[in-house]
Design a binder for this molecule. Sequence first.
Ligand code: ADP
Length: 254
Amino acid sequence: MVDAALPFTPRGSATDADRRAATDAVARPVVVQLRSVRKTYNPGTPIATEVLHGIDLVIQRGEFCAIVGPSGSGKSTLLNIVGLLDRPTSGMLAVCGKETTSLDDGALTRLRGHSIGFVFQYHNLITAFTAIENVMMPMLGAGEFPNDAMHTRAAVLIDAVGLKRWQDNLAGNLSGGQQQRVALARALAMDAALVLADEPTGNLDSRSADEVFALLRRFNRDHGTTVLFVTHNAVLADRCDKTIEVVDGQITGS
Ligand code: ADP
């Protein structure tokens, strides 16, 4: 279990006990809310394209949701907006109870850093850094924690994803599955309430894909971490609590 050894809980985030209690509660807090969200790329130009056409969505704390749909339907665009990496063209987005549309870039960056972890199809690790250094990166970026606390927490997370023996290996020397597990540990470094995973298993063999999925599931169950998981893998989607289907920029089922 990771919980017992966690050396700190970053400011502004719920404790693990809070999350478990919330997960058990009947009315769970809303982690993500979108109302009439639209996204147009290149607005005001001849190549303007609206790719999200008024999305309404509510995700509660502790939910583990698959996001499915054909290529080009808008899944990554939706995830980038929920992850505060891009802004909606119109509509309302709240993350962890905070309405985001009026926030400036600095406030968005702080909210993202404290509340959201990311895992992408390609791990985006710094290959010249060790596994443990990669996991420390989000904490270093926040600039709020002592070095020994960052190192201890990163070591706990590396152990939790089964890579203790490899923690001091350069990320570039690890296998694809191991690199994705480091990326998962990095996504959890700030004790994020929300993890956004964009096809994290898409580039892995089926055994590594199962391992990464099982780890995400375990963190979801043990810590109440809310997970949005974009996948083309129908078997893994079936193992999620709920499926959100995006077709032509609209949600068609859940
Ligand atoms: P999915 O993740 O479901 O494959 P995307 O969200 O990546 O879909 O893309 C949805 C649509 O938006 C596609 O038609 C894509 O070409 C277009 N698109 C994505 N990003 C951009 C961008 N930065 N500029 C212009 N069009 C984009």
